[in-house]
Design a binder for this molecule. Sequence first.
Ligand SMILES: C[S@@+](CC[C@H](N)C(=O)[O-])C[C@H]1O[C@@H](n2cnc3c(N)ncnc32)[C@H](O)[C@@H]1O
Length: 236
Amino acid sequence: MYENNSAAEMYDLLYQDRKDYKAEAEEVAGLIREKKEDADSLLDVACGTGVHLEAFAGHFARVEGVDLSGHMLKVAAQRLPGTPLHQEDMREFELENSFDAIVCMFSSIGYLRTTQDLNAALRAFARNLSAGGVVVIEPWYFPETFLDNHVSGHALTNEGRTITRVSHSTRVGNIARMELHYVLADREGVQHRSEIDELTLFTPDDYEAAFSQAGLKVDYVEAAGGRPGYFVGTAA
Ligand SMILES: C[S@@+](CC[C@H](N)C(=O)[O-])C[C@H]1O[C@@H](n2cnc3c(N)ncnc32)[C@H](O)[C@@H]1O
């Protein structure tokens, strides 16, 4: 996953016209301020290339990011010079500063494999939270909302590059297995890349139990447009 620079750069190209990062950051900042009006610091866990983080910087005085992938963080560092970015695993990080808000967007939590991992991640989030802080997780689909054998496709052209992405998703036990193929054409020629992405279909109970064992009270908030919604947690 995001195993090289070109995969990380392709990621940004693919989502730039499909995802309204600014609107999502505004929506999440609103959820945070409902629980903690004076929140002024935010950590984006699994921040990827930093597009949400850039938008969050418009809402919070101090922002930082965590991601496992050095390639994704390299792109984020170019986007956000001077913003502290940490290459860490979400299950076990401990940063110097604590945060009024910790978020984990775009279903990145689904890359965890087991409820033990999910519980460890929530404990790490709680450890890095300041008093009265808020955790917002945008989950992956639940077993009952995942569409088995779903196909999707997308193409876009920008600045002399055309990229297409097609995918087929299927359920294997509690895993959503997505086969993705990308074709990129630019001045150099045409490249093809494919990957298998696997995300865990945790249940709402799994998420709620993870918040609660980490000492956080949690609410689930629905989102518009078929998106998976948000879990919003505060210290119990
Ligand atoms: C789908 S991308 C989302 C990136 C970003 N949040 C966004 O909205 O564009 C998933 C990200 O999760 C990161 N990731 C996966 N497992 C992780 C882990 N255990 N700890 C930290 N980051 C992880 C990947 O490196 C990748 O950048």
